[in-house]
Ligand binder design. Structure first.
Ligand code: S3P
Length: 428
């Protein structure tokens, strides 16, 4: 069991171009490269456990992967091979759900599994609509829990109205639609992150997005990707919160995706009173640039109840900002937090209570009354975002966090970067 101890920090001015590469985009780079018949070139691919699992699955499906000076060349096989063993998605819901959509139409037998946390997460949200269009997928609890067995089949086109705003479900269905018999449509209650649509369109797929997404089946292989993965705004957000809560501080997060479906949490931080500046520098597949967050006085409480899918991954870190803001903050409509890598509603609330903060759970969110964070010992619940959120809380009051191996799933150099701001100790 690995521990992390974070000591109280003084003010800092931190310019960082080493925030982990975007996890969502990296998974997609690996999987989408299989939709072309030529090599894709991917710079800055995230080398973290989750995305390395995805890359390994792509290799097991027959792709040749060369890594030269950190640049990946992914050459798809002429025909995907049927792997002779199970495919391990590690801790990653994105990998499992996107591979479900992708493999449902590939001839062969595939078994997807993952770690003990992933094997508890609901997969029916993808297996049900895929089964409905002809996929053969089975798993524990009638197809809801991994390991999942897939036998590739010819898929029918569909008009699917999803009841949840989920980029993973949307991406699985778009991948299925690319190989379906005819044109398909997909709609969701509110727009979820749209990397899949942007990247596939960049590769030449016929995907139109208005209120509904229309997907034409691929009639030929797509263009390969030639992409530099930007920094991950969800990983950068831990440092954004750090700057917003430690008086006199500033952080500049460089070369991060400024896709609006990913930067909503920064806008909430702005609403709470931090100074947040966005500077767009380029636009290829996605807008990319720098985000500067500057401490600008005590934060004020906020209510967060809409565009939840645009900030769902940042809510644990945002809860640390809420814990020191003036007044009562409320998070609503976020029941989805309960089925992430951990039950993030109860893990956040248990952790904040241990820090002496007045707070309570509701079914779909929580209430947090701002106060002073006291030194505490926190259980990460095996969840990377819980571990990193409470590490940031440690900047205000010393914090010991237990079970921090999970940080490697998304942000392996997190502790190293945090050590530029304060004293950090780690032991087993
Ligand atoms: C992701 C989508 C989000 C997010 C997850 C990554 C993706 O989940 O929480 O960390 O890469 O598609 P949803 O499927 O609930 O939108």
């Amino acid at each position: 069991m690995k521990w992390l101890e974070v000591k109280k920090a003084d003010s800092f001015d931190f310019k960082c171009d080493k925030i982990a590469s975007d996890k969502s985009i990296s998974h997609r780079c690996a999987i989408f490269s299989l939709l072309s018949d030529r090599p894709s070139v991917v710079r800055n691919y995230l080398r973290a456990e989750d995305t390395l699992c995805t890359l390994e699955i792509v290799r097991r499906l027959g792709a040749a992967i060369e890594d030269r000076d950190g640049i990946l060349k992914i050459t798809p096989p002429e025909e995907l091979s049927e792997p002779d063993d199970i495919l391990d998605c590690g801790n990653s819901g994105t990998a499992m759900r996107l591979f479900c959509g992708f493999l449902s139409s590939i001839p062969g037998h595939f078994v997807l599994t993952g770690d003990k946390y992933l094997r508890r997460r609901p997969m029916r949200r993808v297996t049900e609509p895929l089964t409905h269009i002809g996929a053969h997928i089975d798993g524990r609890e009638e197809g809801n829990l991994a390991p999942l067995c897939i036998r590739g089949e010819r898929l029918r086109s569909f008009n699917y109205e999803s009841q949840i705003a989920s980029a993973q479900v949307k991406s699985a269905m778009i991948l299925a639609a690319l190989r379906a018999e005819d044109v398909s449509t997909y709609s969701e209650p509110e727009l979820s992150r749209d990397h899949t649509e942007r990247m596939l369109r960049g590769m030449g797929a016929n995907i139109e997005s208005w209120d509904t997404i229309t997907i034409e089946p691929m009639i030929r292989p797509l263009e390969p990707l030639d992409i530099t993965v930007p920094a991950d705004p969800s990983s950068g957000f831990f440092f954004a919160v750090a700057a917003a809560i430690v008086p006199g501080s500033r952080v500049i997060i460089e070369n991060v995706t400024l896709n609006p479906t990913r930067t909503e949490a920064y806008r909430v931080l702005q609403k709470m009173g931090a100074r947040v500046d966005f500077e767009e520098k380029e636009n290829r597949y996605e807008p990319i640039g720098d985000i500067t967050v500057t401490y600008d006085g005590k934060l004020q409480a906020v209510e967060v109840s809409d565009r939840i899918s645009w900030l769902i991954d940042e809510l644990p870190a945002l809860s640390i900002a809420m814990a020191v803001a003036e007044g009562e903050s409320v998070v609503k409509n976020a029941a989805e937090l309960r089925v992430k890598e951990s039950d993030r509603i109860s893990c956040v609330i248990d952790g904040l209570k241990a820090c002496g903060i007045e707070c309570s759970e509701t079914e779909d969110g929580y209430r947090i009354t701002g106060g002073e964070i006291s030194p505490a010992q926190i259980d990460s619940c095996g969840d990377h975002r819980i571990a990193m959120s409470f590490a940031i809380a440690g900047l205000l009051g010393d914090m010991k966090i237990k079970d921090v191996e999970c940080i490697d799933t998304s942000f392996p150099n997190f502790a190293q970067l945090l050590a530029s701001l304060t004293e950090v100790k780690s032991w087993r």
